[in-house]
Design a protein around this ligand. Sequence first.
Ligand code: NAD
Length: 497
Amino acid sequence: MRRVAHWIGGKPWDGASERAGDIFNPATGEVAGHVDFAGPAEVDAAVDAAAAAFAGWRAASLAKRSNVLFGFRELLAARKTELAEILTAEHGKVLSDAAGEIQRALEVVEYACGVPTLLKGGYSENASTGVDVYSIQQPLGVVAIISPFNFPAMVPLWFVPIAIACGNSVVLKPSEKDPSASIAIAEMWAEAGLPDGVFNVVHGDKVAVDRLLEHPTVKAVSFVGSTPVARHIYDTAARHGKRVQALGGAKNHMVVLPDADLELAADAAVSAGFGSAGERCMAISAVVAVDPIGDDLVAKIASRMAELRVGEGTRPGCEMGPLITPQHRDKVTGYLDAGVADGAELTVDGRKHPIDGAAEGFWLGPTLFDHVAPDMSVYTDEIFGPVLSVVRAPSYQAAVDLVNANPYGNGVAIFTDDGGAARRFQNEIEVGMVGVNVPIPVPVAYYSFGGWKQSLFGDAHAYGPDGVRFYTRTKAVTSRWLDPSHGGVTLGFPQNV
Ligand code: NAD
């Protein structure tokens, strides 16, 4: 049986970990391999390797660093299909979706290739007479990245290329549920010429994570996962003096105004609700239908859902795969009973959807609830599965109030033909990423990705300019050369003249 080992100091770790976990193929229910779970000793070995590599990598010129990044970019582009197959085998998402994830990751790598431009500081000549002031951005040291199961390639690559481009060394702790993509990525970094130890991977669970959070050598932590864990990461890492950004869970709304093109809105709701079986932090989980379009919109969504092909991600034509584990499938399925018990209308029951795959897979078909109220668990909880709720709202204002009252603030979309309403919405809505007639508004790589409220703990968003700021410290230098007019001894506070 295949064993996925840690990657430390530029090669697979050949020591034995005391614990290991199963890796499933969610489409067949089979155990496809095992992954080592790091204890403190393996984490320490990875951090030591990263610390040893840091001095050399920090000193590597920007030209050298961007050269390695360009090399990595070429390898990632060339191996997109191979990597997509790894993702589908362990995560279950269909191949086209897996390829899309890698394409978005590539955009971040390409952004990081521009590191010579990204790290340009400011320079003020003659800020005071004969005195120049300038800023330089320097790496932090060893940084830890902890990622979730739902984007095993893209989420690590939101962070790793920028951290490395900025001169840091990295310890990645990917999800234990689909760990192989991180090893394929490690091999590509090595092949691209990244010095050994600059990128390391430790697998495992809370034990490995908690050691990273407490390790004195780790200077910063980037985390993506559920809100309760994000809060734990933020609190613990900050208490140990680290810079931390912890991206959490979500409950994304799609507000549909009465003037919207309902065909477009229904397509968008189905695509964004059921893509990747709803296991996306930017998935739409609540459609807010503003009166009087609710009945029309629900009918259009339901008819599209009936056409969706659910099955094994490798089968041509399949659009939606299984859920990640049997436990998660059962938890999500439990919301179907909870919604009915709370009084919502189960318009489409995903348990009845035909499945193109093995009976043992972790399946649940697309599900639609109508007349969902804000106090029902299908609305309050992040379900993270193929369950879409429609909430009816009497007015634009009621829709905005509903979204703003939600504790999460990751993504939101508005569908309308009214530019004025859209502009007002983007101003009033308390959510970090807004789509106007775009259901999944994941920003391009040269902006930054991040939610508000309980969808992000910390100040910096992921990738883009925030990513560069997060992985660097700014130093301001005030310099005077060969100026005889320095004024001799003076104990007064220096003034700029
Ligand atoms: P998770 O919180 O269970 O796990 C995330 C990571 O934390 C994994 O590496 C896991 O091993 C580790 N972990 C789990 N429990 C831990 C604990 N108690 N202490 C320390 N570490 C722990 O999340 P998941 O199920 O892998 O991913 C799904 C969640 O991630 C959803 O809530 C989703 O919204 C969120 N997510 C958010 C974003 C975003 O950008 N905001 C992006 C993707 C996923």
